[in-house]
Design a protein around this ligand. Structure first.
Ligand code: FAD
Ligand code: SF4
Length: 409
């Protein structure tokens, strides 16, 4: 862990002055983002100034004209359950409730939430991979790397990361203002202007300057706010195009194989699996009757652990095929089955005695030991085999898992 000094602020002006004077100083509120960034060595402040003791910054005021003022130190969980927040702007409460976890929301502040940094895996990687946001000028590993959750619009050649704050989406939609106090007094920044697009300086994410302290968020009165909701849903490609008035998107790319790859050989493992099910014609209940898997994983060094791995994979796959499912409330976006009383996994009665056979041989291309991998291979083919068996038994082709009674009936 990077060593740092910690001090506590009790006076707003003194906190602002200290931040303005010392580029090595960072404000800390709940610490739920900042401490993670320090552990990942993405930021290395020498001094943390704890602002939790600053007066009047944790209040939530419902204004008589219908707006809200939320102190920057108000906790996410307190804001989410505040009756007037829920009444006037359900979108704020719902965006907060589908953020992070209960424990994190109890610690995390509103100011810290809108200042949290991107979840781009390269930015957070402690191995200091190329990332212009973390190390300006080093490049952007995500451009041609892991970027499935990255930006479609607003990105630049320098950075394609997104902002992870759910609350920020709600505040932008409500035309909220960020109230900031700095060396030259207090000012108000329109929420939509608060975060910057990456451009050529992705390391600068907001319009704040050194010495700026967020003191509150103000949400203007909006009668339609009472009907607002936050849904954390994916959108289809067609919806994205329609929203942005585009007929299509065109992307160009090229790939030159690296010389070292010449003559290289793939070392896949293979499996063939067979499932037999019984389906109750009146209740639609699916019971796995028999399961047989045959695996080519090269030389099996330890037959006992290999068989355990295969059986574990089969049981995992049965859960995926027939039972496991996260239930979310469509209005609140909350997980409803957050423990094992509602989240179903296979138990002994769900699993027949599975059969695992190993048919592979010493594979000299794979490794000097002749072994190949036997990891998730054993799980991935199980759900398709069970879905096929259900189709053979009922004529119902179920394509979204788990295969529950209502899909079979
Ligand atoms: C496992 C995990 C899952 C998460 N999932 C989600 C999610 O689904 N949705 C979501 O929106 N968020 C998510 N978060 C992020 C979480 O909401 C933030 O970590 C939290 O809101 C940060 O608040 P904090 O008070 O702990 O900030 P801190 O960590 O204390 O500070 C974060 C940054 O804000 C600065 N800062 C704090 N207060 C002020 C202020 N008043 N003025 C100026 N600068 C300030 C700090 O200097 C620091 O740079 C997740 C976090 C974790 C760890
Ligand atoms: S997308 Fe941005 S944060 Fe991610 S690697 Fe590229 S520069 Fe870094």
């Amino acid at each position: 862990m990077h060593p740092f000094a910690l001090s506590r602020a009790h006076d707003v002006s003194a906190a602002i002055a200290a931040h303005a004077q010392d580029p090595e100083l960072a404000f800390i509120a709940g610490g739920t983002d900042l401490l993670g960034l320090i552990k990942d060595r993405a930021t290395l402040p020498a001094l943390l100034l704890d602002i939790n003791g600053l007066p009047d910054m944790a209040r939530i005021d419902a204004r008589p004209e219908g707006g809200l003022r939320i102190g920057a130190l108000a906790r996410m969980s307190d804001v989410a359950v505040h009756p007037e927040v829920r009444n006037r702007f359900p979108v704020i409460a719902e965006a907060l409730l589908c953020s992070a976890s209960g424990q994190l929301r109890n610690m995390a502040s509103i100011g810290g939430n809108i200042m949290q940094r991107t979840r781009c895996a390269y930015f957070r990687d402690e191995d200091d991979l190329p990332c212009n946001k973390r190390r300006p000028g080093s490049g952007c590993a995500a451009r041609h790397g892991l970027n499935r959750n990255h930006a479609i619009f607003g990105w630049s050649d320098g950075c394609v990361a997104t902002n992870p704050s759910d609350l920020a989406v709600a505040l932008a939609a409500l035309d909220a203002q960020v109230i900031v106090r700095g060396a030259s007094g207090e000012r108000s920044i329109a929420f939509a202007e608060f975060h910057r697009l990456p451009g050529t300086t992705p390391e600068t994410e907001t319009v704040l300057k050194r010495g700026d302290l967020i003191v509150a968020i103000e949400v203007p009165p909006r009668p339609e706010g009472r009907a607002s909701h936050y849904l954390n849903l994916g959108v289809t490609y067609a919806e994205l195009l329609a929203r942005n008035g585009l007929p299509h998107l065109i992307g160009d790319g090229s790939y030159d194989p690296v010389p070292e790859a010449e003559g290289a050989k793939a070392i896949f493992s293979f499996s063939a699996v067979y499932a037999e099910v019984r389906v109750d014609p009146e209740l639609g209940l699916v019971r796995l009757q028999r399961f047989v898997g045959a695996y080519d994983a090269g030389r099996i060094i330890n037959p006992k652990t290999a068989r355990s791995q295969a059986i574990g994979g089969i049981i995992w796959g049965v859960g995926q095929a027939l039972l496991e499912q996260s239930e979310t409330d469509p209005a609140l976006g909350r997980f409803l089955n957050r423990n094992y009383s509602g989240y179903l996994v296979p138990s002994n009665a769900d699993i027949p005695d599975p059969d695992a056979h190993f048919v592979g041989d010493f594979d000299a291309e794979a490794s000097p030991l002749g072994a190949k991998g036997l990891g998730e291979l054993t799980a991935v083919s199980v759900a398709p085999a069970i879905a096929n068996a259900v189709y053979h038994a009922t004529g119902k082709r179920v394509r979204d898992l788990p295969i529950t009674v209502e899909k079979v009936m």
